[in-house]
Design a protein around this ligand. Structure first.
Ligand code: UDP
Ligand code: MG
Length: 321
């Protein structure tokens, strides 16, 4: 495979760092990041996106933005990590873009490996979590369940355990910027755009400081938006269930008719009617609920609201657009 020579020397790199309540990590993080990245390329920018933090991340961000090569964006409120990453991707100007968490969980020792993979011709290098050892059983089980549900219902396979620790080529970034949807399930979008991709195993470190913002409820929300955005399986499922139930109902009706005509059994069956009524009401409500999930998403899309609103933009990056 011919390697683009501009990937080998003097390429520019944009590092996208979403930060929500990361005041205890940010200064040290940017300092360490700078040391690591400057060994990879002298031409870089660090884009910090403050996702409506409630601590003093904003003050620290503004202060950091005085330094060279830092771009500081601050949202008008908390829009969520997916929106923060989208903002970073929209504003990045480098030939390559690195997405990395601000809490030291994504090991920086891996950056040179990601870079070499990109230089050898891969357009996207994504970190694959190999050890979920220090996550709760529930989170691990939920993640596995989610991935198996997703892979059953989509045309584009979404790699398992691949997170947002990624190195993207400009081509991929431009493709991502073309996707108009509001429902930004990033893991799905990365898979959807395609390009020559490779997974790179890594063991996430413990959070340096602070707490994880992803509670069980937000993970369930994320999973739901992933499933509704990338799979129509829940909708199609009801066609099969409905068909099956109808078949059973018809067979039972035939049986009842013969039973009455041939054996002369009087038609009884209050319990059958009540049970059937309750079962089918339940099934119908459930399927209407699933329809509602999708209609809600359509509603969100047609409103065409922006994904995020930027309250502050301090640009000290030296990269040209
Ligand atoms: N984050 C964000 N907006 C949010 C929640 C999180 O920008 O609403 C950022 C956070 O600052 C961190 C990254 O996303 O840099 C990952 O978040 P976290 O560590 O809380 O998640 P976990 O690593 O537990 O999945
Ligand atoms: Mg984290």
């Amino acid at each position: 495979m011919p390697i683009n020579p501009s990937r080998l020397t003097n390429f520019s790199l944009s590092v996208v760092v979403p930060a929500y309540n990361e005041s205890t990590n940010l200064i040290k993080f940017v300092e360490t990041l700078r040391l690591t990245v400057s060994k990879i390329t002298p031409v870089y920018e660090i884009i910090i996106i403050n996702d409506g933090s409630r601590d003093n991340t904003d003050e620290i961000g503004v202060q950091l933005a005085q330094e060279n090569s830092i771009r500081y964006l601050s949202f008008s409120r908390n829009f969520g990590k997916e929106a923060a990453l989208s903002a970073g991707i929209d504003h990045a100007r480098g030939d390559a873009v690195l997405l990395i968490d601000a809490d030291f969980q994504h090991p920086m020792e891996k950056l040179s490996e990601m870079c070499s993979l990109w230089q050898s011709g891969y357009d996207m290098v994504y970190g694959v979590i190999v050890d979920r050892g220090n996550e709760s059983f529930l989170k691990r089980f939920g993640t596995r369940f989610f991935y198996s549900l997703m892979s059953a219902g989509t045309d584009v396979p979404i790699p398992q355990n691949a997170g947002d620790f990624r190195w993207l080529d400009r081509k991929v970034v431009n493709a991502l910027k073309m996707l108009p949807e509001r429902n930004r399930f990033m893991k799905g979008l990365y898979a959807w755009v395609g390009f020559k991709s490779i997974g790179m195993p890594f063991i996430p470190a413990d959070r340096f400081s602070g707490v994880s913002s992803f509670k069980l409820t937000s993970l369930i929300k994320l999973a739901l938006s992933g499933i509704t955005a990338f799979s129509t399986l829940p909708l199609r499922l009801w066609t099969f269930i409905g068909g099956f139930i109808s078949l059973v109902a018809i067979s039972y009706a035939i049986y009842v008719v013969f039973d009455t005509l041939i054996y002369g059994n009087p038609v009884g069956g209050w319990p059958t009617i009540t049970v059937a009524l309750m079962l089918f009401s339940g099934v119908q409500l459930l399927s209407i609920g699933i329809l509602g999930e999708y209609i809600g998403r359509i509603f969100d899309e047609v409103k065409q609201r922006p994904l995020y609103l930027i309250a502050k933009d301090h640009d000290n990056s030296s990269l040209d657009s």
